[in-house]
Design a binder for this molecule. Structure first.
Ligand code: ZN
Length: 148
C-alpha cells in the first residue's frame, strides 16, 4: 500500500471515528484552535504530569483532514514527554511544509500519511491545526490558537 492509499484510509477512518474524542479527567491544560479558512474548530485538553502527557483528548468539528490529523496526533503524543512531543511537532511541521522531511517519515509512523498535504496549502492549515492547538495548550496561554 502506498502513502496515498494509506492517506485515504487514515483520513476516512480517523475522520469518521476520531480517537480520544473526549475530554480527559483530570486535565490541567486546554487549548482552543480555529482555522478560519476552512471553519475547523478544536478544543484540546490534556493532563501534564511533570513533563509527560499522561492523557489527552479533543472535541472538534470541521473537515475530515483536521479531525483525522488531531486524532492521530493524540495517539502519537499520549505518554510522551514534552521534548519528544516538540521533536515530533518539528518533524511533522517540516514534513507538511517542505520537501526536507522525507528522510524522517519512518520516525513519524502513521503521521507520515499527511506528507501529501504539502501540495495543498489550504490543507496544510487543516492538518496542522491540532498541533498548533497543542502548542497553545502547552503554553497555557488564554485565547485561541489560529492558523492565521
Ligand atoms: Zn479543514
Amino acid at each position: 500500500m502506498d502513502l496515498r492509499e494509506l492517506y485515504q484510509e487514515v483520513i476516512l477512518d480517523h475522520g469518521k471515528h476520531p480517537r480520544n474524542h473526549r475530554f480527559p479527567e483530570p486535565h490541567n491544560r486546554e487549548g482552543r484552535g480555529y482555522n478560519p479558512l476552512c471553519g475547523d474548530k478544536i478544543t484540546l485538553r490534556l493532563q501534564l504530569d511533570g513533563d509527560k502527557i499522561t492523557d489527552v483528548g479533543f472535541i472538534g468539528q470541521g473537515c475530515a483532514i483536521s479531525q483525522a490529523s488531531c486524532s492521530t496526533m493524540t495517539e502519537a503524543i499520549k505518554g510522551k514527554t514534552l521534548p519528544e512531543v516538540q521533536a515530533l511537532f518539528s518533524k511533522f511541521h517540516t514534513m507538511v511544509t517542505s520537501d526536507e522531511g522525507a528522510d524522517d517519515l519512518d520516525a513519524l509512523g502513521k503521521l507520515a500519511v499527511f506528507a501529501g498535504v504539502r501540495e495543498f496549502p489550504m490543507r496544510v492549515k487543516c492538518a496542522t491545526l491540532g498541533w498548533h492547538t497543542l502548542n497553545q495548550a502547552l503554553d497555557d496561554e488564554s485565547g485561541e490558537a489560529t492558523t492565521e
